[in-house]
Write a protein that binds this ligand. Structure first.
Ligand code: 5GP
Ligand code: MN
Length: 332
């Protein structure tokens, strides 16, 4: 992969640009994608921002959601846009498999592919890019990318809102150790550009339905297990119980963090039964590398302190297998 600066000449003339992100997109995925989309559009390009599927309700207010395409519902149309484009950007993921239904199409696409991402271990499939795991969020990297192009003045209120949402959600509202001075400097700059941060916190964190709140109560009382010997916590949820509570897209967001608020817990896992697989989310504090853990045992990856994976065995088998390895690895 060549440095992203080598791709700047390609952006000197108007291009048809396709941007996409990972499956089950989160605040950073959509925030960095739409922030980049608004910026490149202002630069005179024709940009298509393509989400891999429905986005969680707490992101539905974001500027640009209305023009975003969704390839779960319109795959044929999306494939046409992809084949017609001049350039491809991938943000907040680093291997085509993370896009699910676009995996093959991206692998076969002949256009230059540019990566902006902060996950560990990028696949060697990108022509240009920046891959910096020390960065708080891909949104922060899009901000850097805009500045590298000397275009800070183009950052407006919409771009600021998108980038802020990405960095806010990926840093746990600026509390994770990865939150550097430059993150706060960027936010100060976004404030100067009209950012309404309080409104964004309301939209993202205070927009729960009563049902979601009741579901959280149920999860914490009935579905959270703590293993003091291993400094670990586990929440596991079947499809049946999620259906019972009418759990919607995004309603399980953040659940995995709750065990970490218990004194002594340094490793938290959420196991959810999905229609096609069992999904696992891992979070840690300190020096337990959950990205390596996800790669080794659950066909996944991610960051040192936040990762995800999947299992093709049944929900019950997955939970049992997880508990078995927990006693083998003894996280501290
Ligand atoms: P989540 O638990 O929110 O699904 O994922 C946590 C973090 O790990 C996110 O940054 C997500 O993009 C990343 N992640 C989740 N699953 C995978 C995976 O299978 N492979 C890789 N490389 N990263 C993942
Ligand atoms: Mn991210």
């Amino acid at each position: 992969m060549r440095p992203i600066q080598d791709a700047f000449p390609l952006l000197q003339t108007p291009k048809k640009i396709f941007i996409t992100t990972h499956h089950k997109p989160d605040g950073d995925a959509i925030g960095s994608m739409l922030g980049l989309c608004h910026y490149l559009t202002k630069k005179g390009h024709h940009v298509s921002a393509v989400s891999p599927g429905d986005i969680p309700d707490f992101l539905s207010w974001m500027p640009g959601v209305d023009i975003m395409m969704n390839y779960e519902s319109t795959l044929t149309e999306v494939l046409k846009v992809l084949s017609d484009c001049d350039l491809i950007f991938g943000v907040d993921f680093n291997g085509f498999g993370r896009t699910k239904h676009l995996t093959t199409a991206l692998a076969e696409a002949k256009q230059p592919k540019i990566l902006i991402d902060h996950h560990l271990m990028p696949e060697q499939v990108w022509d240009y890019g920046m891959s910096i795991p020390e960065k708080s969020s891909t949104a922060e990297m899009v901000y850097d990318f805009i500045n590298m192009n000397n275009d800070n003045a183009l950052i407006d209120k919409d771009i600021a809102a998108c980038l802020y949402t990405g960095v806010m959600t990926d840093t746990g509202s600026f509390r994770f150790p990865i939150t550097s001075a430059s993150v706060h400097e960027m936010v100060a700059d976004l404030k100067h550009k009209g950012l309404d941060h309080s409104l964004i916190h309301d939209e993202v964190y205070d927009s729960w339905t009563l049902g979601r709140m009741r579901f959280l109560g149920y999860v914490l009382v009935d579905r959270m297990e703590i293993f003091p010997k291993y400094n670990a916590g586990l929440i596991s949820l079947t499809r049946k119980e999620m259906n019972l509570f009418n759990v919607r897209n995004g309603d399980t967001e953040g659940l995995v963090n709750y065990p970490l608020s218990i004194s002594g817990v340094r490793f938290a896992t959420l196991i959810t039964e999905r229609s096609d697989e069992v999904k696992l989310s891992f979070r840690s504090k300190g020096d337990f590398d959950v990205s390596a853990f996800a790669r080794e045992y659950f066909d996944g990856g991610g960051h040192f302190n936040a990762s995800g994976g999947r299992s093709k065995t049944s929900f019950i088998e997955t939970v049992a297998y997880f508990k078995k390895i927990l006693s083998d690895i003894h996280p501290r």
